[in-house]
Design a protein around this ligand. Structure first.
Ligand code: FES
Length: 87
């Protein structure tokens, strides 16, 4: 498991292995726009300020994924223990 931190509030939210980042955010009352929930549409795209995402989407190009400055929380996860999100 890993954690995500909301840059605006400093709040840290744990993401268990069986939950998506999106589910963990919604459970915590954090509003994230969402549509396909399959990494295709890009609706949930969220800026990443720190940490390394584990990209599992089909929306970003490989070059965009490699920048690690955004990710799709509906399906992507983290390689680092913490992701700081621009939320
Ligand atoms: Fe479509 Fe996340 S909701 S990519």
């Amino acid at each position: 498991s890993f954690q995500v931190k909301l840059a605006s509030s400093g709040r840290v939210i744990a993401v268990p292995p069986q939950r998506t980042v999106l589910q963990a955010l919604l459970d915590a009352g954090v509003e994230v726009p969402v549509s396909c929930e399959q990494g295709i549409c890009g609706t949930c795209l969220t800026k990443v300020l720190e940490g390394e995402p584990d990209h599992r989407d089909l929306f970003l190009t490989p070059a965009e994924q490699a920048r690690n400055d955004c990710f799709t929380p509906c399906c992507s996860r983290a390689r680092s223990a913490l992701l700081v999100l621009d939320l």
